[in-house]
Write a protein that binds this ligand. Structure first.
Ligand code: ADP
Ligand code: MG
Length: 302
């Protein structure tokens, strides 16, 4: 008796499924959508409601002009039916615009930012060529740098000085973005904040942070000289980082509002006294790592 009830119930369910599927097929869009699928009707019938959702997304995609116009549930993805044996699995599959976007932004995973605005990952050298003449020697050096880097000739980085807002950070970041596109792992570090954060992490991830900027394949120490000077930051942080990077031929870039002479002066004076020899040693290391250049330009900050 129980078995007969079960059979009858199954049959009723099946009839309901057929009805609901046939009902949905009276919609022309749904009908055309299911006809276009390489899936047999007896399987399709079990998934009417999900197929309706998939059809709506399919329709959205058909007329879509780009990611910014996406009307689907998950931006850049389309809910699609995929047949597996006798069942249908529904998955979100990325669309062509999303694939293009992911491809174009793949390089960003090679860029580690430390307290830098994330828009810096968009900085591009194509925006830099037009503009004033003081950029020309820098851009020329960038080309030389890239050529030498490719040939594993260990080119030096730059120590880029210049006034506030002249575009120093933007320029070096644009170069590092290009390097990231060539799969070089770059770190862009806002140095004064890095020091503060390093100082407060003695009990936690001090060595991870330290090793991370020591080992980056290409490094920007942004705004060096703007930090509070201490014996610790000069002798225990900056000195060893520069020493390590010199020994391992790791390209290192600096931006600063100070010239090297001014930086030397600043490094020599800490709260505990004056030490010209130690400051000199840091400057020598910077000169080993980077070529000093100046960027003259108006303040581009709005
Ligand atoms: P600096 O590091 O010399 O103080 P920034 O690199 O921060 O200057 O540049 C100042 C502002 O101008 C930033 O908002 C930056 O995004 C913008 N900027 C600088 N150079 C360019 C450029 N070539 N194209 C577009 N924006 C730029
Ligand atoms: Mg800057």
């Amino acid at each position: 008796m129980e078995n007969i009830n079960k059979v009858l119930k199954n049959e009723a369910n099946e009839i309901e499924l057929i009805h609901s599927y046939q009902g949905a097929c009276s919609n022309k869009d749904f009908y055309e959508f299911v006809k276009s699928l390489p899936i047999e009707e007896n399987i399709l019938m079990k998934y009417t409601s999900s197929l309706e959702d998939a059809m709506k997304e399919y329709k959205n995609c058909k007329n879509c002009k780009g990611l910014e116009f996406c009307k689907n549930e998950v931006k850049g993805y389309c809910y699609k039916p995929l047949k597996e044996k006798n069942i249908i699995n529904f998955s979100y599959i990325s669309c062509k615009y999303q694939d293009k976007y992911l491809k174009e932004n793949e390089y960003k995973k090679n860029l580690e930012l430390f307290d830098m605005p994330k828009e810096i990952k968009e900085a591009s050298l194509t925006n830099v060529y037009t503009g004033d003449k003081s950029r020309i020697p820098i851009i020329r050096y960038f080309k030389e740098f890239r050529d030498k880097y490719q040939k594993k000739e260990n080119p030096k980085g730059l120590y880029l000085t210049g006034s506030f807002g002249s575009g120093k950070t933007y320029l070096i970041s644009a170069l590092l973005n290009e390097m990231a596109k060539k799969k070089v792992r770059c770190a862009l570090v806002y140095y004064p904040e890095f020091l503060r954060s390093l100082k407060s992490s003695f009990q936690t991830d001090y060595s991870e942070k330290f090793d991370y900027i020591k080992n980056a394949e290409a490094l920007l120490l942004d705004d060096i000289g703007a930090e509070n000077q201490s014996n610790w930051s000069r002798d225990e942080v900056l000195g060893p980082i520069l020493q390590y990077r010199m020994q391992n031929h790791l390209p290192t870039f600096f931006t600063s509002n100070l010239t090297l002479e001014e930086l030397e002066q600043s490094l020599s004076m800490t709260s505990t006294g004056v030490d010209k020899v130690k400051a000199r040693r840091i400057i020598e290391r910077i000169k080993q790592l980077a070529i000093p250049m100046e960027l003259i330009g108006e303040n581009r900050r709005s």
